[in-house]
Design a protein around this ligand. Structure first.
Ligand code: GDP
Ligand code: MG
Length: 163
């Protein structure tokens, strides 16, 4: 069984961008399928030490009227259930939002290891950008840029160590 890394976070934080980067290896089984992130949410990646499965969830997408927990898609909850480790992605340009707090609370209850990754930090003062996310009580925030690939390999290795 491959270790399963599940990507969680509110819309537009960069989950699919990270997913694409994590599966962009010669060994990625599904990376060449068209419409990958729309139609398929399971991919395979290769870390320095071993291969892994990565799951891109789209489920934390609340509508205006309903709370985030209500709208959490069943597939996202199942994905969290199957996770060996969760990468919780937040947006360093938006800063912390109330939704991040709600998701963090749910993840703290999940009994799974969680890595908190602050995305979109290219060209920014990383320590300053990530500092406010300590409040989520999920450990030291890791600064990354999914779009530029910065910090992604280290994040994956840490995730595999926690899995
Ligand atoms: P998702 O809804 O969480 O899957 O987010 P997407 O992967 O679709 O990305 C949402 C938007 O953020 C897109 O416009 C991406 O190009 C942008 N984005 C993703 N990663 C980064 C990053 O590292 N830096 C910047 N500046 N933009 C990013
Ligand atoms: Mg997406």
């Amino acid at each position: 069984m491959l270790p399963t890394i599940v990507l969680v976070g509110r819309p537009n934080v960069g989950k699919s961008t990270l997913f694409n980067r994590m599966t962009r290896t010669r060994d990625a089984l599904v990376a060449d399928l068209p419409g990958l992130t729309r139609d398929r949410h399971y991919g395979r990646g290769l870390g320095a030490s071993r291969p892994y499965l990565v799951v891109d969830t789209g489920g934390f997408e609340p509508t205006a009227e309903s709370g985030i927990l209500k709208e959490m898609a069943r597939q996202t909850l199942l994905a969290i259930d199957e996770a060996d480790v969760i990468i919780f992605l937040v947006d360093g340009r938006d800063g912390m939002t109330p939704q991040d707090g709600v998701i963090a609370e749910r993840l703290r209850k999940s009994q799974r290891p969680v890595l908190l990754a602050v995305n979109k930090t290219e060209g920014m003062q990383r320590a300053i950008v990530s500092a406010e996310f300590h409040e989520l009580a999920l450990g030291d925030p890791l600064s990354i840029s999914s779009a530029h690939g910065e910090g992604v390999r280290d994040l994956v290795e840490l995730a595999l160590e926690s899995a």
